[in-house]
Structure formats: structure tokens, C-alpha cells
Design a protein around this ligand. Structure first.
Ligand code: HEM
Length: 310
């Protein structure tokens, strides 16, 4: 059973709160319209904040029921809403829950290259470095809840790249997909916590699901495929023959990127619990704003994934 993480209520408020959900109207609030049975809307005298009071009675129950129907997954918590939106953005061949048609132009044949895979690892590391620095710095207090979740990947990627280096591979500099995504989340994290949390969720959870599948596929391919030209041999009559040596790139090694300390499903559940608690303080508009960011998360991550085939 997942242990419920403790998050102090004061930590949950944004540095710059603009909308607060409150069960009772504060005494300095005045109604902007005649209160109705279903919902009373109050605006604080300080123009910055609006306070929505909880409705009571059957009208409230009906409104709540209606909103549950409107947002799939809502009854289970906000993570389920995020998951629902994400799963729909998968193609049918990526996941049976996917609804997106595969791209019109056919994807390149699944032929990963070691150079492409290294680019993918380097760019992924840049993104995880950035996400992990953001939650450490915690410009918004709720980010701090996502420090040391056990899902962190920057350190494990650093070890993997070091290993590749020891095997004689040269490690590329980060390329445009990783640089663009890192710059985007960095900027977003300073001003838009709901959108940032969407990227945080999708990046870590995608890696634990589809990311692991991709890792397995890549390592299977590399076990069989890679040949390195060792040297050329000069033959009589001017023929030159290249001597290729089978190079089992991964040679049975499981990369640290795909290993977690502890039980992964428990680590994921702990983070789901925290995400749900953080999102309890968001208005419906803020939740929708977070959900709408999912598409961007797919776009940026998709570009990085594509590096594997470059
Ligand atoms: C080739 C690309 C991808 C493949 C093959 C893939 C495949 C999958 C699969 C099989 C699942 C598990 C579904 C289940 O729970 O039964 C999954 C979950 C998920 N994927 Fe992907 N995916 C891919 C790309 C992405 C991308 C680019 C993102 C977003 C950046 C993403 C976000 C997610 C999320 C959030 C989940 C839910 C994880 C959870 O509930 O624990 N996926 N994916």
C-alpha cells in the first residue's frame, strides 16, 4: 500500500497565488452577484484574488457529479486525468490505449544507430539535469515535493555515458532537441507551475513505461547488429579487404538509465500521490491548463526519441 506523502498545506500555495479554493468566504469578501443555491462567487477587495466558496446541498452534489463526467479520470485523482490525456496521444502501435493515427509519412525503419542512441542519451541527460535542478531550486514551493523521489535519471545517465566513453565511444555534445526542451522547461518552471508539472509527470512516467520498452528494443538490436571495421588488408592485385569485427555494443549490459533503486511501481505510486495532493489546490482552469500542455511534452520528447534513429 502506498504511503501517503506529507505535504504541509502552506507549502502547497504558489508563491504568486491568484486563485484560492476556500470552504468559507472570508469576512472581507463581498458577493459580486446575488448568491445562488449552487455556487457563490466572491471577489476579494484586493483585485488579485478570487475566492470560490464550496456549494452545499443537492445542487452542489449535482455540479460535482457533472464535473466528474466532464473530466475523464477525475474521480481517481488528477494523475489519472494526466494519464488519460497522455495515453490518447500515443499512436495505436505504441499502446493499445493510443488513439492517434500514425504519422502520414511512414516512420523510418527501426534501425537504431549507436551514434543516434548516444545523442538520445546525451539529450535525455540534459533534460533530466534541468528538471532535477528545477525541483532542487524550487522556485515554487510545491516543486520541493519532487526532490529525491527515486525516479531521478541524471546521475544514472552520467554513469552510462561514462561507461560508453570507457568503451571507446566519443560522447557528443547535446543537440538541438535536448537544448530546446531544456530551455523550454527551464523558462516554464519560473512562471507556470501547472504547465511545468505536466512536463515533469510525462517525462518521468513515459520513461518508466514506453521508455523502458524502447531501451529493451535498442539493446536487443545492438547485441546483434554492430560491426566495427578494424582494419583493411591489402590483397594481391590491388584488392583491399576490410576486416570487420563483431562489436557487441552493449554486450549484455543493462544501462543504469533503466534501473531504479527500490521498487519502481512503489516509487511511481509515491509520486502519483504527491502530484494528486499538489493538484488538489489547483482550480479547474489550472488543471485544464496543465492537461493542455501534454501535447507539447509529446512533441519535445518525440524529437529526442527520434534521435535514436538519426
Ligand atoms: C515510441 C514512443 C512510445 C511508446 C512505444 C510508448 C508506450 C507506452 C506504453 C506501452 C505505456 C504503458 C501503458 C499502460 O500503462 O499499460 C505508456 C505509458 C505512458 N506513456 Fe508512453 N510511449 C511512447 C512515448 C511517450 C511519450 C513521448 C510520452 C510523453 C512525453 C509518453 C507518456 C506516457 C505516459 C505519461 C504514460 C503513463 C505511465 C503510467 O501510467 O505509469 N509516452 N507508453
Amino acid at each position: 500500500m502506498a504511503s501517503r506523502p506529507s505535504i504541509s498545506q502552506s507549502q502547497l500555495f504558489l508563491k504568486k497565488p491568484h486563485v484560492i479554493f476556500s470552504p468559507k468566504p472570508p469576512i472581507f469578501a463581498t458577493p459580486i452577484s446575488k448568491p445562488t443555491k449552487s455556487l457563490n462567487l466572491f471577489v476579494l477587495k484586493s483585485k488579485k484574488m478570487a475566492v470560490v466558496t464550496a456549494a452545499v446541498g443537492p445542487a452542489a452534489a449535482a455540479a460535482e457529479e457533472k464535473s466528474k463526467k466532464r473530466y475523464p479520470g477525475e474521480a481517481k485523482g488528477f494523475v489519472e486525468e494526466m494519464r488519460f490525456v497522455a495515453m490518447k496521444l500515443h499512436t495505436k502501435d505504441q499502446s493499445k490505449e493510443g488513439e492517434k493515427e500514425a504519422q502520414e509519412k511512414p516512420l523510418p525503419k527501426w534501425e537504431p544507430t549507436i551514434d543516434g542512441y548516444l545523442k538520445f542519451l546525451v539529450d535525455s541527460k540534459l533534460v533530466y539535469d534541468t528538471l532535477e535542478k528545477i525541483v532542487d531550486k524550487a522556485d515554487f514551493p510545491e516543486y520541493a515535493e519532487f526532490r529525491n523521489t527515486g525516479l531521478e535519471r541524471a546521475e544514472s545517465l552520467a554513469k552510462d555515458l561514462e561507461w560508453f566513453k570507457e568503451q571507446g565511444h566519443s560522447i557528443p555534445e547535446p543537440s538541438s532537441p535536448g537544448l530546446s526542451y531544456a530551455a523550454y522547461v527551464e523558462e516554464l518552471s519560473k512562471k507556470d507551475p501547472q504547465a511545468f508539472i505536466c512536463h515533469f509527470y510525462n517525462t518521468y512516467f513515459a520513461h518508466s513505461a514506453g521508455g523502458r520498452m524502447i531501451g529493451k528494443k535498442v539493446s536487443k538490436k545492438f547485441m546483434l547488429k554492430f560491426y566495427k571495421v578494424e582494419h583493411m588488408v591489402q590483397m594481391p592485385k590491388g584488392y583491399r579487404v576490410s576486416v570487420a569485427v563483431a562489436q557487441t555494443v552493449l554486450n549484455g549490459k543493462e544501462l543504469e538509465f533503466y534501473k531504479w533503486d527500490g521498487d519502481l511501481s512503489q516509487l511511481l505510486q509515491n509520486v502519483r500521490d504527491k502530484l494528486n495532493i499538489v493538484a488538489e489546490n489547483w482550480t479547474r482552469e489550472e488543471k485544464n491548463h496543465c492537461l493542455e500542455e501534454t501535447e507539447k511534452s509529446f512533441k519535445f520528447s518525440g524529437e529526442i526519441l527520434r534521435l535514436i534513429l538519426s
